[in-house]
Design a protein around this ligand. Structure first.
Ligand code: FAD
Length: 391
């Protein structure tokens, strides 16, 4: 029957497109379902429209998950080099921007067009503009109610992503469906998201627009990249990275002078006794930031008239400035979601639910979240590929 498939893939995002294409090319009859009228909406806006499609430094330790070993199998079997080979086969020009991040020279549209072509090569059927209604399992097959028909398959793949950026069609549907089949969901939280400052720290808003290279930390996680002050708090790659590790009521640390040698302020006092903390800092930081930090530290005297002890204190504070964010900008602004369908309930080889035969979950819906920099797409490709081998 035209409504019967080998597998139904829910969600035509990065993971769903890859999974459908690979399974289709393995000879499976696949239906790819999405409530949006376009496929790959997040791919199109990713990386500022150029799609940071992978990272050449992909490794399991660059992912957050309740089980840090879970991602190893899929990431090991479909690597960044495999995706680059696919991109090269399509003649899509790309470049490394920084830190192993690969971007299209042209447009993210090329990545979506490539995945559509790969799906066509696998004769994948689409059901777009199709919100998913009831999903039932009768022991042999899954029955999925779509607006004009009910489709049936022995295998069902949850690839509807996480709730980050609802205006692009993102929902928590994956979690609801997984729970319905008895799978656990690790509490979802917005990640790769700007953090907000309140109370006295809200005064940093006067620095809105100022950026500086820092080492930002949350717990044991440390990232050396740019931080940016915003009118609401803190952003920039270093902050987005630590936001994935940050939890409400915890503080984050910022080393504002990561390039300064230890004892640098005492040394500045010896070399330039007439200078001030503000001017010494301005050698390392944008002027406005140097001014604000010196003011907060409360050292305005010339270094010659400032005791070494106070300079040591100042240097220590500058190297681990504590901020206590009062929140984040939330799912509306988060690039990804940490948490999701528990890896404890899934096979790391096939992404199949251990106790629900034929049900698979891939991509961001799963409790595997990458760092900023192409790692999340690589997980989507790899988990989609791994599930496709089992369909
Ligand atoms: P998605 O790509 O989100 O796909 C899920 C699909 O499911 C969507 O098409 C959605 O419409 C559909 N869907 C959802 N709910 C339903 C429902 N109820 N019924 C039917 N369909 C549904 N990662 C990188 O690695 N590099 C980047 O450069 C990058 N840039 C990003 C920029 C932004 C602004 C954002 C928001 C994210 C970015 N990411 C980036 C993260 C990356 O986009 C995601 O990790 C990735 O898209 C996850 O793939 P996925 O297939 O699991 O989910």
């Amino acid at each position: 029957s035209p409504d019967t498939y080998d597998a139904i893939v829910l969600g035509a995002g990065a993971a769903g497109l890859m999974c459908a294409a690979v399974a289709g090319q393995r000879g499976r009859r696949i239906l790819l379902v999405d409530h949006n009228d376009v496929v790959g909406a997040k791919i199109l806006i990713s990386g500022g429209g150029r799609c940071n499609f992978t990272n050449i430094h992909t490794a399991p330790d660059r992912y957050l998950s309740a089980n840090p070993h879970f991602a190893k199998s899929a990431l090991g079997r479909y690597t960044a080099a495999d995706f680059v080979a696919l991109v090269d086969r399509y003649g899509i020009a790309w470049h490394e921007k920084t830190l192993g991040q690969l971007f299209c020279d042209g447009s993210a549209k090329q990545i979506v067009a490539m995945l559509r072509d790969e799906c066509a090569a696998g004769s994948v059927d689409y059901a777009l503009s199709s919100p998913v209604g009831a999903v039932d399992h009768d022991g042999n097959a899954y029955h999925v109610a779509l607006p004009r028909r009910t489709v049936t398959a022995p295998k069902l793949v949850i690839a509807t992503g996480g709730p980050s950026i609802p205006k692009l069609g993102a929902t928590g549907f994956a979690y609801d469906l997984a729970r319905r089949f008895g799978l656990k969901v690790v509490e979802p939280r917005p990640a790769l998201v700007p953090l907000t400052l309140g109370g006295e720290e809200a005064l940093f808003a006067t620095l809105s627009g100022v950026a500086s290279e820092v080492v930002a930390s949350a717990g044991k996680a440390r990232f050396r990249e740019a931080a940016l002050f915003t009118h609401r708090g803190l952003s920039g790659p270093a902050i987005l990275q630590v936001s994935s590790y940050w939890r409400p009521r915890e503080t984050i640390g910022i080393d504002f002078v990561p390039n300064a040698a230890s004892g640098w302020l005492i040394e500045a006092k010896r070399q330039q006794p007439r200078t001030t903390l503000r001017r010494a800092l301005a050698a390392h930081l944008p002027d406005r930031l140097a001014e604000a930090l010196a003011e907060r530290i409360g050292v305005s005297t010339e270094l010659a008239n400032t005791p070494d002890r106070r300079l040591d204190e100042a240097a220590r504070r500058l190297a681990d400035w504590r901020f206590a964010p009062n929140g984040s900008e939330g799912f509306a602004k988060a690039e990804v979601t940490v948490g999701g369908i528990s890896t404890a309930d899934l096979s790391s080889q096939t992404l199949e639910a251990r106790r629900v035969p034929g049900l698979h979950a891939i991509g961001e819906a799963v409790d595997v979240t990458g760092w900023l920099g192409g790692y999340n797409f690589q997980w989507a490709w790899a988990s989609g590929w791994a599930a496709a081998q089992a369909l």
